[in-house]
Design a protein around this ligand. Structure first.
Ligand code: SAM
Length: 206
């Protein structure tokens, strides 16, 4: 049983938008830039949660927006919140750690705060299946002991440490380089509580 299946979306989002955490707002602004990073007709968003940032989808540009998540309630929330996307939004309820998982191809692959929960190796297998032109990831760099910021909602994330992997940009970049996706861009954004988001983009070599 993956612990993300028991985290309520309201608790996740209430925690993430606290002024002391400010991650929902930061991710929203960063997602807007990620969606414009390359010429793309299709995008796949791994670990989409409640669809934060989907309001930035340019419907003139994208014909398919795949949202992948293990929690079906999150995908339902995406559908309800963004009815304007209609058939363009294609939810995929799946466990990304399942070796047998089949996924459609997409031009652009976005993974924000997701690699933390599946690890580098599994992430690289997913990239090879989706075969995108460009991959854009955001990982969280922790400057203190806990990967979950302190807040009244912290208890909701108690089970996540079981599946959490500590991230390092260098190690992710090395894994991506090995599968033919060298780094093309790097950006760091400081958060209020001393944590940092690192956005790193990769482009398919051949
Ligand atoms: C920290 S949240 C990030 C959500 C969103 N990308 C954001 O930036 O706010 C991680 C998301 O990944 C999903 N997730 C975690 N492990 C997963 C897995 N093995 N397969 C599919 N989705 C997973 C969770 O359900 C959750 O929605």
């Amino acid at each position: 049983m993956n612990p993300w299946k028991t985290v309520k979306l309201t608790e996740y989002e209430s925690h993430m938008r606290l002024s002391s955490v400010y991650q929902l707002q930061t991710l929203n602004a960063m997602m807007k830039e990620q969606l414009a990073v390359c010429e793309a007709e299709s995008v796949m968003i791994l670990g989409i949660a409640g669809g934060n940032g989907l309001e930035h989808i340019d419907r003139e540009k994208f014909t398919a927006v795949y949202g992948v998540d293990i929690n079906p309630d999150y995908l339902n929330a995406c559908r309800v919140r963004y009815p304007e996307l209609g058939e363009v939004f294609k939810p995929i309820c799946a466990d990304l750690t399942d070796d047998q998982l089949q996924l459609p191809c997409a031009d652009l692959l976005i993974a924000d705060l997701l690699v933390e929960y599946i690890g580098y190796e599994c992430f690289c297998r997913i990239v090879q299946k989706v075969n995108p032109k460009v991959v854009s990831c955001i990982i969280q760099i922790n400057t203190e002991a806990s990967f979950v910021s302190d807040s009244p909602y912290t208890h909701a994330f108690d089970g996540l440490s079981r599946v959490h992997h500590q991230m390092e940009e260098g190690a992710l970049t090395l894994s991506m380089q090995k599968i033919g996706y060298p780094k093309t861009a790097l950006q760091s954004v400081d958060l209020p509580n001393g944590k940092q988001f690192v956005r790193v983009d990769y482009a398919k070599q051949f």
